[in-house]
Design a protein around this ligand. Structure first.
Ligand SMILES: Cc1cc2nc3c(=O)[nH]c(=O)nc-3n(C[C@H](O)[C@H](O)[C@H](O)COP(=O)(O)OP(=O)(O)OC[C@H]3O[C@@H](n4cnc5c(N)ncnc54)[C@H](O)[C@@H]3O)c2cc1C
Length: 444
Protein backbone atom coordinates (compact mmCIF):
# COMPACT_ATOMS: atom_id res chain seq x y z
CA UNK A 1 0.00 0.00 0.00
CA UNK A 2 0.96 3.63 -0.51
CA UNK A 3 2.13 5.86 2.23
CA UNK A 4 -0.37 8.68 2.50
CA UNK A 5 0.29 12.26 3.51
CA UNK A 6 -2.23 15.07 3.87
CA UNK A 7 -0.95 18.64 3.56
CA UNK A 8 -3.52 21.13 4.84
CA UNK A 9 -3.20 24.51 3.10
CA UNK A 10 -2.10 25.20 -0.50
CA UNK A 11 0.00 28.29 0.25
CA UNK A 12 3.78 28.44 -0.24
CA UNK A 13 4.57 26.41 2.88
CA UNK A 14 2.21 23.56 1.99
CA UNK A 15 3.26 23.46 -1.65
CA UNK A 16 7.01 23.55 -0.96
CA UNK A 17 6.46 20.69 1.45
CA UNK A 18 4.27 18.71 -0.96
CA UNK A 19 7.01 19.06 -3.59
CA UNK A 20 9.69 17.57 -1.35
CA UNK A 21 7.52 14.72 -0.11
CA UNK A 22 6.24 13.89 -3.60
CA UNK A 23 9.84 13.69 -4.82
CA UNK A 24 11.36 11.86 -1.90
CA UNK A 25 8.60 9.38 -1.01
CA UNK A 26 8.46 6.95 -3.89
CA UNK A 27 4.91 5.73 -4.41
CA UNK A 28 3.39 7.99 -1.78
CA UNK A 29 0.09 9.79 -2.24
CA UNK A 30 0.24 13.43 -1.23
CA UNK A 31 -3.15 15.11 -0.82
CA UNK A 32 -3.19 18.90 -0.63
CA UNK A 33 -6.35 20.05 1.12
CA UNK A 34 -7.27 23.74 0.70
CA UNK A 35 -10.29 25.56 2.08
CA UNK A 36 -10.62 27.85 -0.96
CA UNK A 37 -11.36 26.64 -4.49
CA UNK A 38 -8.15 28.49 -5.48
CA UNK A 39 -4.59 27.45 -4.55
CA UNK A 40 -1.50 29.53 -3.62
CA UNK A 41 -2.59 31.11 -0.30
CA UNK A 42 -1.26 34.62 0.23
CA UNK A 43 0.52 34.63 -3.13
CA UNK A 44 -2.96 35.17 -4.54
CA UNK A 45 -4.65 36.82 -1.54
CA UNK A 46 -1.84 38.82 0.09
CA UNK A 47 0.97 39.74 -2.31
CA UNK A 48 0.17 43.16 -3.79
CA UNK A 49 -1.77 43.22 -7.07
CA UNK A 50 0.90 45.45 -8.66
CA UNK A 51 3.69 42.98 -7.79
CA UNK A 52 2.92 40.48 -10.53
CA UNK A 53 6.56 39.40 -10.76
CA UNK A 54 6.37 38.03 -7.21
CA UNK A 55 3.30 36.03 -8.15
CA UNK A 56 5.21 34.18 -10.90
CA UNK A 57 6.25 31.65 -8.26
CA UNK A 58 2.83 30.02 -8.85
CA UNK A 59 4.20 28.41 -12.03
CA UNK A 60 6.48 26.31 -9.85
CA UNK A 61 3.60 25.52 -7.47
CA UNK A 62 1.42 24.48 -10.41
CA UNK A 63 4.01 21.91 -11.41
CA UNK A 64 3.87 20.46 -7.90
CA UNK A 65 0.09 20.19 -8.02
CA UNK A 66 0.31 18.44 -11.39
CA UNK A 67 2.62 15.70 -10.17
CA UNK A 68 1.19 12.18 -10.56
CA UNK A 69 1.34 11.49 -6.86
CA UNK A 70 -0.07 14.85 -5.73
CA UNK A 71 -3.79 15.67 -5.66
CA UNK A 72 -5.38 19.08 -5.01
CA UNK A 73 -8.62 19.02 -3.02
CA UNK A 74 -9.81 22.63 -3.11
CA UNK A 75 -12.89 24.01 -1.38
CA UNK A 76 -12.33 21.56 1.48
CA UNK A 77 -11.84 23.10 4.90
CA UNK A 78 -10.39 21.12 7.78
CA UNK A 79 -12.64 21.78 10.74
CA UNK A 80 -15.69 22.25 8.47
CA UNK A 81 -15.74 19.47 5.85
CA UNK A 82 -13.38 17.06 7.53
CA UNK A 83 -12.29 16.90 11.17
CA UNK A 84 -8.81 16.88 12.66
CA UNK A 85 -9.18 13.40 14.18
CA UNK A 86 -10.65 12.04 10.96
CA UNK A 87 -7.59 13.19 9.05
CA UNK A 88 -5.22 11.78 11.64
CA UNK A 89 -6.95 8.42 11.41
CA UNK A 90 -6.96 8.44 7.62
CA UNK A 91 -3.34 9.44 6.84
CA UNK A 92 0.13 8.25 7.80
CA UNK A 93 1.13 11.88 8.27
CA UNK A 94 -0.77 15.18 8.36
CA UNK A 95 1.04 18.50 7.92
CA UNK A 96 -0.72 21.77 8.70
CA UNK A 97 0.33 24.73 6.55
CA UNK A 98 -2.72 26.88 7.20
CA UNK A 99 -0.98 30.27 7.46
CA UNK A 100 -2.11 33.17 9.64
CA UNK A 101 -4.91 35.35 8.37
CA UNK A 102 -6.56 36.81 11.45
CA UNK A 103 -5.58 40.39 12.15
CA UNK A 104 -3.96 41.17 15.48
CA UNK A 105 -5.76 43.89 17.36
CA UNK A 106 -4.26 47.11 18.67
CA UNK A 107 -6.06 46.87 22.00
CA UNK A 108 -6.85 50.61 22.21
CA UNK A 109 -10.16 52.44 22.80
CA UNK A 110 -12.24 53.14 19.70
CA UNK A 111 -10.78 50.23 17.75
CA UNK A 112 -14.24 48.80 17.07
CA UNK A 113 -15.53 51.98 15.39
CA UNK A 114 -16.64 51.72 11.77
CA UNK A 115 -13.77 52.84 9.56
CA UNK A 116 -11.09 50.74 11.31
CA UNK A 117 -9.86 47.73 9.32
CA UNK A 118 -7.20 45.09 9.75
CA UNK A 119 -4.73 44.73 6.90
CA UNK A 120 -5.58 41.04 6.43
CA UNK A 121 -9.18 42.04 5.78
CA UNK A 122 -8.37 45.15 3.72
CA UNK A 123 -5.74 43.45 1.56
CA UNK A 124 -7.96 40.36 1.28
CA UNK A 125 -10.77 42.65 0.09
CA UNK A 126 -8.78 44.31 -2.69
CA UNK A 127 -7.16 41.00 -3.63
CA UNK A 128 -10.51 39.21 -3.95
CA UNK A 129 -10.43 36.78 -1.00
CA UNK A 130 -14.02 35.52 -0.69
CA UNK A 131 -13.86 35.94 3.13
CA UNK A 132 -13.61 39.73 2.76
CA UNK A 133 -15.58 40.27 -0.45
CA UNK A 134 -18.28 42.17 1.41
CA UNK A 135 -16.01 44.23 3.67
CA UNK A 136 -17.15 47.41 1.85
CA UNK A 137 -14.53 49.62 3.48
CA UNK A 138 -15.42 53.26 3.84
CA UNK A 139 -12.91 55.67 2.35
CA UNK A 140 -14.63 59.02 2.75
CA UNK A 141 -11.50 60.83 1.61
CA UNK A 142 -9.11 63.17 3.38
CA UNK A 143 -6.57 61.32 5.52
CA UNK A 144 -5.96 57.61 6.15
CA UNK A 145 -3.75 56.18 8.91
CA UNK A 146 -1.88 52.94 8.33
CA UNK A 147 -0.45 51.53 11.54
CA UNK A 148 2.58 49.29 11.19
CA UNK A 149 6.13 49.53 9.88
CA UNK A 150 6.59 46.52 7.63
CA UNK A 151 6.18 45.79 3.94
CA UNK A 152 2.44 45.15 4.30
CA UNK A 153 2.02 48.76 5.50
CA UNK A 154 4.05 49.93 2.47
CA UNK A 155 1.88 47.81 0.14
CA UNK A 156 -1.25 49.41 1.57
CA UNK A 157 0.12 52.95 1.22
CA UNK A 158 1.23 52.30 -2.35
CA UNK A 159 -2.06 50.74 -3.46
CA UNK A 160 -4.02 53.63 -1.90
CA UNK A 161 -1.69 56.16 -3.50
CA UNK A 162 -1.35 54.81 -7.03
CA UNK A 163 -3.44 56.30 -9.80
CA UNK A 164 -5.76 54.29 -12.03
CA UNK A 165 -3.12 54.37 -14.79
CA UNK A 166 -0.43 53.10 -12.42
CA UNK A 167 -2.61 50.11 -11.53
CA UNK A 168 -3.74 49.36 -15.09
CA UNK A 169 -1.56 46.24 -15.38
CA UNK A 170 -2.36 44.93 -11.89
CA UNK A 171 -4.97 42.35 -10.91
CA UNK A 172 -6.61 44.68 -8.40
CA UNK A 173 -10.22 43.45 -8.28
CA UNK A 174 -12.99 45.39 -10.03
CA UNK A 175 -15.02 45.92 -6.82
CA UNK A 176 -11.93 47.46 -5.17
CA UNK A 177 -11.05 49.59 -8.18
CA UNK A 178 -14.48 51.17 -7.98
CA UNK A 179 -13.88 52.24 -4.36
CA UNK A 180 -10.17 53.11 -4.47
CA UNK A 181 -10.28 55.18 -7.63
CA UNK A 182 -13.09 57.36 -6.34
CA UNK A 183 -11.56 57.98 -2.90
CA UNK A 184 -10.39 61.56 -2.63
CA UNK A 185 -7.35 61.09 -0.42
CA UNK A 186 -5.02 63.95 0.49
CA UNK A 187 -2.81 62.39 3.19
CA UNK A 188 -1.66 58.90 4.15
CA UNK A 189 0.07 58.50 7.52
CA UNK A 190 2.35 55.47 7.91
CA UNK A 191 2.79 55.08 11.64
CA UNK A 192 5.45 53.18 13.60
CA UNK A 193 5.94 53.06 17.38
CA UNK A 194 9.68 52.77 16.92
CA UNK A 195 12.24 54.27 14.53
CA UNK A 196 13.54 53.66 11.02
CA UNK A 197 16.11 51.13 12.24
CA UNK A 198 13.40 48.99 13.82
CA UNK A 199 11.10 49.13 10.77
CA UNK A 200 11.10 45.89 8.75
CA UNK A 201 10.72 47.61 5.38
CA UNK A 202 12.78 46.25 2.52
CA UNK A 203 14.62 48.96 0.54
CA UNK A 204 12.94 47.83 -2.71
CA UNK A 205 9.47 48.41 -1.26
CA UNK A 206 10.43 51.66 0.47
CA UNK A 207 11.94 52.98 -2.76
CA UNK A 208 8.63 52.44 -4.56
CA UNK A 209 7.06 55.16 -2.40
CA UNK A 210 9.50 57.62 -3.93
CA UNK A 211 8.45 56.79 -7.48
CA UNK A 212 4.69 57.40 -7.36
CA UNK A 213 2.97 59.60 -9.91
CA UNK A 214 0.63 61.56 -7.67
CA UNK A 215 2.05 61.02 -4.16
CA UNK A 216 5.09 62.36 -2.37
CA UNK A 217 6.67 60.65 0.68
CA UNK A 218 7.66 62.90 3.58
CA UNK A 219 9.51 62.29 6.82
CA UNK A 220 10.82 64.43 9.66
CA UNK A 221 14.61 64.39 9.27
CA UNK A 222 15.15 64.53 13.06
CA UNK A 223 13.72 61.00 13.32
CA UNK A 224 16.36 59.53 10.99
CA UNK A 225 19.42 58.15 12.81
CA UNK A 226 22.81 59.12 11.39
CA UNK A 227 23.86 55.52 10.81
CA UNK A 228 22.97 51.87 11.31
CA UNK A 229 25.56 50.27 13.56
CA UNK A 230 26.33 47.03 15.32
CA UNK A 231 24.20 44.85 13.04
CA UNK A 232 25.20 41.81 11.06
CA UNK A 233 26.48 42.92 7.61
CA UNK A 234 23.44 41.93 5.52
CA UNK A 235 21.03 43.59 7.95
CA UNK A 236 23.26 46.65 8.23
CA UNK A 237 23.25 47.12 4.46
CA UNK A 238 19.44 46.94 4.32
CA UNK A 239 19.08 49.49 7.12
CA UNK A 240 21.62 51.83 5.55
CA UNK A 241 19.75 51.69 2.25
CA UNK A 242 16.53 52.51 4.09
CA UNK A 243 18.15 55.46 5.88
CA UNK A 244 19.44 56.79 2.58
CA UNK A 245 15.97 56.57 1.03
CA UNK A 246 14.43 58.28 4.07
CA UNK A 247 16.94 61.12 3.86
CA UNK A 248 15.77 61.65 0.29
CA UNK A 249 12.12 61.67 1.43
CA UNK A 250 12.98 64.22 4.16
CA UNK A 251 14.13 66.65 1.49
CA UNK A 252 10.82 66.41 -0.46
CA UNK A 253 8.43 69.36 -0.54
CA UNK A 254 4.81 68.57 0.43
CA UNK A 255 3.33 70.75 -2.32
CA UNK A 256 5.12 68.68 -4.98
CA UNK A 257 2.15 66.34 -5.56
CA UNK A 258 -1.54 66.25 -4.57
CA UNK A 259 -1.20 63.31 -2.13
CA UNK A 260 1.24 63.23 0.76
CA UNK A 261 2.55 60.06 2.45
CA UNK A 262 3.86 60.96 5.90
CA UNK A 263 6.16 58.40 7.51
CA UNK A 264 5.67 59.03 11.24
CA UNK A 265 8.19 57.29 13.48
CA UNK A 266 8.15 57.00 17.27
CA UNK A 267 4.40 57.48 17.45
CA UNK A 268 2.22 54.95 19.31
CA UNK A 269 -1.55 54.91 18.70
CA UNK A 270 -3.41 55.29 22.00
CA UNK A 271 -7.01 55.80 20.87
CA UNK A 272 -9.25 55.93 17.82
CA UNK A 273 -11.44 59.02 18.07
CA UNK A 274 -15.07 59.39 17.00
CA UNK A 275 -18.60 58.58 18.07
CA UNK A 276 -20.44 57.07 15.09
CA UNK A 277 -17.32 56.32 13.06
CA UNK A 278 -13.61 57.18 12.90
CA UNK A 279 -12.93 60.90 13.13
CA UNK A 280 -9.31 60.86 14.22
CA UNK A 281 -6.44 59.02 15.83
CA UNK A 282 -4.68 59.96 19.07
CA UNK A 283 -1.00 59.09 19.27
CA UNK A 284 1.73 59.38 21.84
CA UNK A 285 5.31 60.27 21.02
CA UNK A 286 7.72 57.58 22.20
CA UNK A 287 11.39 57.61 23.02
CA UNK A 288 13.63 54.71 22.09
CA UNK A 289 15.46 52.75 24.75
CA UNK A 290 17.54 49.84 23.53
CA UNK A 291 15.28 49.56 20.48
CA UNK A 292 12.12 49.57 22.64
CA UNK A 293 9.45 52.28 22.45
CA UNK A 294 8.81 53.94 25.82
CA UNK A 295 5.89 56.33 26.39
CA UNK A 296 6.63 60.05 26.84
CA UNK A 297 3.15 61.19 27.91
CA UNK A 298 3.15 63.69 25.04
CA UNK A 299 0.15 63.09 22.77
CA UNK A 300 -1.12 64.52 19.49
CA UNK A 301 -4.06 63.90 17.18
CA UNK A 302 -4.47 63.29 13.47
CA UNK A 303 -7.79 64.02 11.71
CA UNK A 304 -8.05 60.72 9.82
CA UNK A 305 -11.28 59.18 8.53
CA UNK A 306 -9.98 55.62 7.99
CA UNK A 307 -7.55 53.53 10.05
CA UNK A 308 -5.89 50.37 8.74
CA UNK A 309 -3.81 48.26 11.12
CA UNK A 310 -0.90 46.22 9.77
CA UNK A 311 0.56 44.91 13.00
CA UNK A 312 0.66 41.17 12.41
CA UNK A 313 -1.61 38.15 12.27
CA UNK A 314 -2.72 35.10 14.21
CA UNK A 315 -3.55 31.65 12.87
CA UNK A 316 -7.09 30.35 13.18
CA UNK A 317 -7.53 27.52 15.68
CA UNK A 318 -8.84 24.25 14.26
CA UNK A 319 -10.91 22.11 16.68
CA UNK A 320 -8.72 19.32 18.06
CA UNK A 321 -5.41 20.66 16.69
CA UNK A 322 -3.15 21.74 19.59
CA UNK A 323 -3.02 25.55 19.56
CA UNK A 324 -0.81 28.09 21.32
CA UNK A 325 -3.38 30.75 22.26
CA UNK A 326 -0.83 33.27 23.47
CA UNK A 327 1.26 33.24 20.32
CA UNK A 328 -1.70 32.63 18.01
CA UNK A 329 -0.18 29.68 16.15
CA UNK A 330 -0.26 25.89 16.06
CA UNK A 331 1.45 24.49 19.19
CA UNK A 332 4.57 22.70 17.95
CA UNK A 333 8.13 21.84 18.82
CA UNK A 334 10.27 22.59 15.77
CA UNK A 335 7.45 21.43 13.48
CA UNK A 336 6.20 18.40 15.44
CA UNK A 337 2.69 18.74 16.87
CA UNK A 338 1.61 15.24 17.89
CA UNK A 339 2.69 11.81 16.62
CA UNK A 340 2.04 11.89 12.87
CA UNK A 341 1.03 15.56 12.91
CA UNK A 342 3.25 18.48 11.87
CA UNK A 343 3.08 22.20 11.14
CA UNK A 344 5.01 24.39 8.72
CA UNK A 345 5.03 27.97 7.42
CA UNK A 346 3.29 30.87 9.11
CA UNK A 347 1.00 28.67 11.21
CA UNK A 348 4.13 27.08 12.70
CA UNK A 349 6.46 30.00 13.26
CA UNK A 350 4.18 33.06 13.12
CA UNK A 351 3.56 35.63 10.39
CA UNK A 352 7.11 36.55 9.47
CA UNK A 353 9.20 36.02 6.42
CA UNK A 354 8.88 36.20 2.69
CA UNK A 355 7.77 33.41 0.38
CA UNK A 356 11.19 31.65 0.07
CA UNK A 357 11.52 31.50 3.88
CA UNK A 358 8.68 28.99 3.80
CA UNK A 359 10.76 26.75 1.58
CA UNK A 360 13.53 26.54 4.17
CA UNK A 361 10.90 25.87 6.81
CA UNK A 362 9.15 23.20 4.73
CA UNK A 363 12.43 21.42 3.92
CA UNK A 364 13.13 21.09 7.65
CA UNK A 365 9.66 19.80 8.45
CA UNK A 366 9.76 17.40 5.49
CA UNK A 367 12.87 15.80 7.04
CA UNK A 368 10.90 15.13 10.24
CA UNK A 369 8.03 13.57 8.31
CA UNK A 370 10.41 11.38 6.30
CA UNK A 371 12.27 10.33 9.43
CA UNK A 372 9.07 9.33 11.25
CA UNK A 373 7.54 7.58 8.25
CA UNK A 374 10.70 5.53 7.78
CA UNK A 375 10.15 4.07 11.24
CA UNK A 376 6.51 3.15 10.70
CA UNK A 377 5.07 0.19 8.78
CA UNK A 378 4.39 1.20 5.19
CA UNK A 379 0.97 2.55 4.33
CA UNK A 380 -1.17 1.26 7.15
CA UNK A 381 -3.73 4.07 6.73
CA UNK A 382 -6.36 4.33 3.97
CA UNK A 383 -5.49 7.92 2.92
CA UNK A 384 -7.26 9.41 -0.10
CA UNK A 385 -10.22 6.96 -0.39
CA UNK A 386 -11.17 7.73 3.22
CA UNK A 387 -11.06 11.49 2.57
CA UNK A 388 -13.11 11.15 -0.61
CA UNK A 389 -15.70 9.00 1.16
CA UNK A 390 -16.08 11.54 3.97
CA UNK A 391 -16.43 14.42 1.51
CA UNK A 392 -19.02 12.54 -0.54
CA UNK A 393 -21.04 11.67 2.57
CA UNK A 394 -21.11 15.35 3.57
CA UNK A 395 -22.12 16.69 0.18
CA UNK A 396 -18.88 18.65 -0.09
CA UNK A 397 -17.97 20.19 -3.45
CA UNK A 398 -14.25 19.52 -3.84
CA UNK A 399 -12.47 21.44 -6.57
CA UNK A 400 -9.77 19.54 -8.46
CA UNK A 401 -6.67 20.96 -10.11
CA UNK A 402 -8.40 20.70 -13.50
CA UNK A 403 -11.31 22.68 -12.03
CA UNK A 404 -8.85 25.32 -10.82
CA UNK A 405 -7.39 25.49 -14.32
CA UNK A 406 -10.89 26.20 -15.64
CA UNK A 407 -11.34 28.99 -13.06
CA UNK A 408 -7.87 30.33 -13.88
CA UNK A 409 -8.61 30.35 -17.62
CA UNK A 410 -11.92 32.13 -17.10
CA UNK A 411 -10.26 34.76 -14.90
CA UNK A 412 -7.64 35.50 -17.57
CA UNK A 413 -10.25 35.40 -20.33
CA UNK A 414 -12.50 38.04 -18.79
CA UNK A 415 -9.72 40.48 -17.80
CA UNK A 416 -9.58 43.95 -19.36
CA UNK A 417 -6.75 44.40 -21.88
CA UNK A 418 -3.46 44.79 -20.03
CA UNK A 419 -4.60 43.07 -16.81
CA UNK A 420 -3.45 39.50 -16.07
CA UNK A 421 -6.82 38.42 -14.68
CA UNK A 422 -10.13 39.53 -13.26
CA UNK A 423 -10.55 37.33 -10.20
CA UNK A 424 -13.73 35.58 -9.17
CA UNK A 425 -14.28 36.75 -5.64
CA UNK A 426 -17.10 34.52 -4.44
CA UNK A 427 -16.99 30.76 -3.95
CA UNK A 428 -20.50 30.50 -5.42
CA UNK A 429 -19.35 32.21 -8.62
CA UNK A 430 -16.47 29.77 -8.99
CA UNK A 431 -18.68 26.73 -8.38
CA UNK A 432 -21.30 28.04 -10.80
CA UNK A 433 -18.59 28.40 -13.44
CA UNK A 434 -17.78 24.73 -12.88
CA UNK A 435 -21.46 23.89 -13.36
CA UNK A 436 -22.03 23.14 -9.70
CA UNK A 437 -24.08 24.65 -6.97
CA UNK A 438 -23.09 24.91 -3.40
CA UNK A 439 -25.54 22.83 -1.38
CA UNK A 440 -27.78 24.64 1.06
CA UNK A 441 -26.15 22.96 4.06
CA UNK A 442 -22.74 24.37 3.20
CA UNK A 443 -23.27 28.03 2.63
CA UNK A 444 -21.10 29.09 5.60
C1 LIG B 1 -0.38 41.40 2.68
C2 LIG B 1 0.82 40.50 2.47
C3 LIG B 1 1.69 40.75 1.42
C4 LIG B 1 2.82 39.94 1.23
N1 LIG B 1 3.65 40.21 0.19
C5 LIG B 1 4.75 39.44 -0.01
C6 LIG B 1 5.63 39.71 -1.10
O1 LIG B 1 5.43 40.65 -1.87
N2 LIG B 1 6.71 38.88 -1.26
C7 LIG B 1 6.95 37.82 -0.42
O2 LIG B 1 7.92 37.08 -0.61
N3 LIG B 1 6.11 37.54 0.62
C8 LIG B 1 5.02 38.32 0.85
N4 LIG B 1 4.20 38.06 1.89
C9 LIG B 1 4.51 36.92 2.77
C10 LIG B 1 4.03 35.58 2.16
O3 LIG B 1 2.74 35.76 1.65
C11 LIG B 1 4.08 34.49 3.25
O4 LIG B 1 5.44 34.27 3.60
C12 LIG B 1 3.47 33.15 2.80
O5 LIG B 1 2.28 33.29 2.09
C13 LIG B 1 3.21 32.25 4.01
O6 LIG B 1 2.90 30.97 3.52
P1 LIG B 1 1.96 29.92 4.27
O7 LIG B 1 1.83 28.79 3.30
O8 LIG B 1 2.49 29.67 5.63
O9 LIG B 1 0.55 30.67 4.46
P2 LIG B 1 -0.54 31.12 3.41
O10 LIG B 1 0.05 31.70 2.20
O11 LIG B 1 -1.50 31.98 4.17
O12 LIG B 1 -1.30 29.77 2.99
C14 LIG B 1 -2.13 29.08 3.88
C15 LIG B 1 -3.21 28.36 3.12
O13 LIG B 1 -3.94 27.50 4.02
C16 LIG B 1 -5.32 27.58 3.72
N5 LIG B 1 -6.07 27.18 4.91
C17 LIG B 1 -6.20 27.88 6.07
N6 LIG B 1 -6.97 27.20 6.94
C18 LIG B 1 -7.34 26.06 6.34
C19 LIG B 1 -8.15 24.95 6.74
N7 LIG B 1 -8.73 24.90 7.95
N8 LIG B 1 -8.35 23.93 5.86
C20 LIG B 1 -7.76 23.97 4.63
N9 LIG B 1 -7.00 25.00 4.20
C21 LIG B 1 -6.77 26.03 5.04
C22 LIG B 1 -5.50 29.03 3.33
O14 LIG B 1 -6.70 29.25 2.59
C23 LIG B 1 -4.25 29.31 2.52
O15 LIG B 1 -4.43 29.01 1.15
C24 LIG B 1 3.06 38.85 2.12
C25 LIG B 1 2.18 38.61 3.17
C26 LIG B 1 1.08 39.42 3.35
C27 LIG B 1 0.14 39.16 4.51
Amino acid sequence: MHKSVAVVGAGPAGLYLAEVLAKRLAGAQVDVIERLPTPFGLVRGGVAPDHQGTKNIVRQFERTLQRDNVRFHGNVEVGRDVGYEELRQAYDAVVFATGALQDRRLGIPGEALPGVYGSGAFVGWYNGLPDFRDLAPELPGGAVAIIGNGNVALDLARILAKSEAELASSDLCAHARAVLFSARLTDIYLIGRRGPLEATFTPESLAELGALGRAVPLVDSTRIPAAAEGLEPKEQKIKEQNLELLRGFAANRPELKPLRIHLLFQAAPVGVLGTERVEGLRLEHTRLEGGRAEPTGETFELPVSTVITAIGYRSAAIPGLPFDERRGRVANAGGRVEPGVYATGWCRRGPQGVIPANRTDALGVAELVLEDLAERPAGNRPGRPALERLLAERGAEPVSFADWQAINGAESGRAEAGRPREKFTRVEEMLALLGRERTAARTG
